[in-house]
Design a protein around this ligand. Structure first.
Ligand code: CU1
Length: 189
């Protein structure tokens, strides 16, 4: 069981890192068949992107819009160009030789806690079932006292008879004792 849990944790951890590109991370964008792959990607400030031309035709990377201007040299087959994004924002770029080749990179601020947002909702969802779970428990406890109340009433009724019987027995015992005393005195006189 522990091994299974450890395996699940180990398997779930790497995707979380893949979703959140850490600052200073590296990303590869191959240029294949007149297309940047992937055409859209989201990274963080401080991340580095490397474009590599895998086509026979030359390509480059030129921004058409964005907070900073990018202009790569012409990349021949097998050549690559690396750029480190320092300004957050959305960058649209294209190939100056093939303007139909378009792609986009969204650069998030470094301190944006993206994976913590989906993690925050689960705790309140867990807490609300716990509150609901305690509420029925209280109601079941309140039901059980009502059933014990008639039991207590029925037990008090027979227990109330016992003192009466004890009193009657005591009275009878005292009476017989007194009668014995009275009866013994005239014999001596
Ligand atoms: Cu091109």
């Amino acid at each position: 069981m522990l091994a299974l849990v450890a395996l699940l944790l180990a398997l779930s951890a790497p995707p979380a890192h893949a979703v959140q590109p850490h600052a200073g991370g590296t990303h590869a964008v191959p240029i294949r068949q007149y297309a940047y792959q992937p055409a859209t990607m989201t990274i963080r400030v401080g991340d580095t992107v490397t474009w590599t031309n895998e086509d026979q035709a030359p390509h480059d990377v030129v921004t058409s819009a964005g907070p900073a201007a990018l202009q790569s040299p012409m990349l021949e087959t097998g050549q690559s160009w690396t750029y480190t994004f320092t300004v957050a924002g959305t960058y649209s770029y294209y190939c100056s030789i093939h303007p139909d080749m378009r792609a986009q990179i969204t650069v998030l601020p470094e301190d944006t806690p993206e994976p913590q947002a989906p993690q925050a909702p689960p705790p309140p969802q867990i807490q609300s079932p716990q509150v609901i779970a305690t509420t029925p428990a209280v109601t079941t406890e309140t039901v059980s006292p009502t059933t014990t109340v008639p039991q207590a009433a029925s037990t008090t009724t027979p227990s109330g008879l016992h003192p009466m019987l004890l009193l009657a027995g005591l009275v009878a015992a005292v009476a017989t004792f007194c009668l014995l005393l009275i009866g013994s005195r005239p014999d001596k006189e």
